[in-house]
Design a protein around this ligand. Sequence first.
Ligand SMILES: O=C(O)CCC(=O)C(=O)O
Ligand SMILES: [Fe+2]
Length: 418
Amino acid sequence: MVFMYRLIRAKTFRLLTSPLPVPYISRQICSGLLSIRKMNSGKDSVSEDSIPGRGGAGIKLRPSPDCIDRRECRGAVETSSDSLGVRHGSFGKRRSRIDLRSEQRSGDGNSSKFGNKNIPAHVKRSKSGQSYRKPDEGANHVAPFDICLSGSRDSAVLKSLQEMEENQENVEHPIEESGGQGVLRPGMVLLKRYISLGDQIEMVKTCREIGLGPGGFYRPGYKNGAKLRLQMMCLGLNWDPETRKYEGRSPADGCRPPCIPREFNQLVETAIQDAHGLLGKDCTLSNVEDVLKDCTLSNVEDMLPAMSPDICIVNFYTTTGRLGLHQDRDESSESLDKGLPVVSFSVGDSAEFLYGDQRDVNKADKVVLESGDVLIFGGKSRHLFHGVTSVIPNSAPKALIEETRLRPGRLNLTFRQY
Ligand SMILES: O=C(O)CCC(=O)C(=O)O
Ligand SMILES: [Fe+2]
């Protein structure tokens, strides 16, 4: 107790005496002192997609695996407590490993699948001999985007909660309307409400904490100057929409991307295993004929290979955000050829997600992704066109908003293996 009190007092003192938020200062320091080493300008090798989205052709380069362990930045991120003094990024608290099926049966949305392990040290430092950029040569020096609202009397939070209550009264059967859990296509599995409310809360807090620090959230743009309609942060490796490549550092502040929290990766791996369980045990969940044919394969890993993510792209869509139909194809050709899946976590407001074989919204299928859903597409579906057409306002779980003050909108994390 005494320790907690001292910690909160020290943090409050630092907040009061600091003229700028410390994470912001830290971004400036990072961009000024560390600077970017562009791995490849990509000017002559990248084809441009006409519809805003991800993916594009381009020479596949092995990027630097550098990332910043967030404990390295503790001084920078520890002050990101909210006005209630809640410290973010507190993985490991009140954890219990709950079996997915028993959790779904019991409907206990608060239990956590993250486990109780400490985050092991896996600090990967930048290699010596990097070329450094002068402070004026690169980064935009814009304060990182905060995915949460701050201030206990913030009228936007109150308004959002009120609207949410009204909206949820009008929605009769949100789960049924959005389509059920199961195999959507060969290699494409949707795990409905897979992430417990407790883990969603931790995920938002962790993303907020990391997102306010070096390599945090910014609004990316394409080479032609158009901006994506979302805020983005990359973990593990940085994906640059301008070059459509994985590069060493964030174009926003020149910092190496933060590492992917170990607990996120564990959840990805467990989700893939559970998807294998679905594919193997109950192929009849789907009415897609191809899936039934695929069920004769003895090894479900042929349908949906396992992977260990080293990239996580975190998107935050406000209620007007969206992402055009695109393919995720900037990972290594080895990864793409093997069909290593993209694993997507949705948290916050629901979104309409389109997917299909062509970049044509009229030919695409639609599914509503809700808070806690995990969508996996690999194997034969790895090159699926997909995108987000709209975010459904006030559809997030009320408790999530109350606990985190997540802005109206949707947080999405997509994990991949380079
Ligand atoms: O937000 C989503 O559900 C999809 C995100 C996505 O496709 C991407 O980040 O490449
Ligand atoms: Fe994508």
